[in-house]
Design a protein around this ligand. Structure first.
Ligand SMILES: *[C@@H]1O[C@H](CO)[C@@H](O)[C@H](O)[C@H]1NC(C)=O
Ligand SMILES: *[C@@H]1O[C@H](CO)[C@@H](O)[C@H](O)[C@H]1NC(C)=O
Ligand SMILES: *[C@@H]1O[C@H](CO)[C@@H](O)[C@H](O)[C@H]1NC(C)=O
Length: 446
């Protein structure tokens, strides 16, 4: 008797609960997913208490998973890499790290007011899709190596103007010549550990070597050992021990792995810092960034590598002609006002980790989120922010269709077109099989 009356009480209660659950069923917002999230301790998207605009790193690049960021004009934002916050009403910007771009892993469907920001300071060869407007235009703000970017990182490998005029590693030409005559040193040095490049710098060095001796200290075409303490850490390194060694050479082979407008790395700055003359191939507009007009010898000014080699031999013999390339050291002079302005105007610096611009970019976004939104357009990015052409060879100055990287660039063009077409058809996410099938189909058509 007692049992059945309890039952008669619970059955309607249970039915009512089930009905209520059913009526509240919603894949994302409903009560059941909330319970599941509660169980998992993941209430991110429900945290209404974050009263500031949220900047969400889609790729976990910020060092701290969650923090309030204080920027200038007392603006504050909440910065996080917790993806559960994507659905929070305060989430205004999603930040992507270029090299991690993944078509199968995007914050879709995209809310009307979700601005996408792109940060990419690395070589264009890391992700060719971003060299195409069909992909670039999904973003609304950029921090790239291009001067046209919203937050330019063009001078990412130069820490100060003082480094360019400082003489810590500078060796006078007379001394360089006597080191050369001692027989232990070549006039030109090459230091690289990435031996398969879109710019074909390995082939360039092999050819130049037949006209003038080159010491190759890195793992590519190595013909001379670095001291054991420096072995294997040659690329990107600015250690005093290495800079002292490099300062003794008259010339450096300074060829970027990818030639693209404004993509400048330590390949250019390291010789300028130690007071050696770069033999440069990379950004076609590199003159806009050099300390003085004659601070580098540009590959494209010579019709052949032989002609370039002869010119280097001439400079190797003529001290006063050689020294014309070093007025930043000899006279302590920087005549390029564009370079000075860019260095003085930037809001970030670099340290050994080189990454201080990540936080500065977060503040750039935060201040614009708080400010008059009209002032910053948040428009789809134009091509000038990153789009690089297919690579040209430092040997021939032409596109080489036999080069793996050139083909990869063209493949990226196909991927970008397919992506754009499918994104409008699948706003909730592009199924990866369908994506692959469309790419194959597009490649077969070509
Ligand atoms: C891209 O994202 C998908 C889905 O999360 C994942 O399975 C895949 O491994 C990712 N690809 C790469 C190259 O990280
Ligand atoms: C050496 O270079 C200087 C400066 O460019 C030039 O005036 C001079 O004619 C050169 N000497 C020779 C022997 O070529
Ligand atoms: C941001 O870019 C997207 C994709 O191109 C575009 O649809 C959206 O209108 C842009 N947002 C603004 C505020 O312009």
């Amino acid at each position: 008797m007692q049992f059945s009356s309890t039952l008669w009480f619970f059955i309607p209660c249970g039915l009512a609960l089930l009905t209520w659950l059913f009526m509240n069923w919603d894949e994302k917002e409903g009560i059941i997913p909330i319970f599941i999230k509660y169980w998992q301790g993941d209430l991110g998207e429900l945290r209404e208490e974050i009263g500031e605009p949220i900047i969400l790193w889609w790729h976990p690049y910020s060092s701290v998973p969650e923090e309030y960021l204080e920027c200038s004009h007392s603006t504050r934002c909440f910065v996080t890499n917790n993806r559960a916050l994507l659905k929070n009403v305060n989430t205004k910007v999603v930040v992507f790290y270029g090299s991690h771009w993944n078509v199968s892993d995007l914050p879709l469907p995209r809310e009307q007011d979700h601005r996408w920001a792109l940060i990419h300071e690395e070589s264009p060869k890391n992700v060719f899709m971003l060299s195409h407007i069909q992909v670039l235009s999904v973003f609304n703000a950029s921090a790239t190596f291009s001067r046209h970017s919203d937050f330019p990182l063009t001078l990412q490998s130069l820490s100060s103007l003082q480094d360019l005029i400082g003489r810590d590693y500078y060796v006078e030409v007379k001394e360089k010549s006597s080191l050369l005559n001692g027989g232990d040193l070549s006039p030109v040095v090459f230091l690289s550990s990435d031996c398969d490049t879109p710019s074909e710098r390995e082939a360039f060095v092999s050819e130049l070597q037949s006209f003038i001796p080159i010491d190759s200290l890195g793992s590519c075409l190595n013909n001379k050992k670095l001291p054991p303490s420096l072995e294997g850490m040659e690329s990107g390194v600015m250690s005093p021990e290495l800079l002292t060694i490099l300062g003794r050479y008259k010339f450096h082979v300074s060829i970027e792995n990818y030639p693209c407008e404004d993509y400048l790395t330590e390949k250019l700055w390291r010789p300028l810092i130690v007071g050696s003359v770069p033999i440069y191939f990379g950004s076609p507009s590199v003159r806009d960034w050099l300390p003085n007009k004659m601070s580098a010898i540009l590959r494209e000014d010579f019709s052949s590598i032989q002609e370039l080699g002869n010119y280097l031999k001439y400079l190797n013999e003529n001290h006063s002609a050689y020294e014309e390339y070093l007025s930043h050291k000899i006279e302590g002079r920087i005549s390029n006002s564009g370079l000075i302005q860019a260095m003085e105007g930037r809001t970030w610096n670099i340290d050994e980790t080189g990454s201080l611009f990540f936080g500065a970019f977060e503040c750039f976004l935060c201040e614009h989120l708080h400010g008059d939104l009209e002032k910053f357009a948040w428009r789809p990015l134009p091509a000038s922010h990153l789009a690089c052409p297919p690579p040209h060879s430092s040997v021939t100055l032409q596109e080489n269709l036999e080069n793996f990287w050139t083909r990869a660039w063209h493949h990226g063009a196909v991927e970008a077109r397919v992506f754009q077409q499918l994104l409008s058809q699948y706003p909730h996410g592009i199924p990866s099989q369908i994506y692959q099938d469309h790419i194959l189909e597009a490649l077969n058509k070509n």
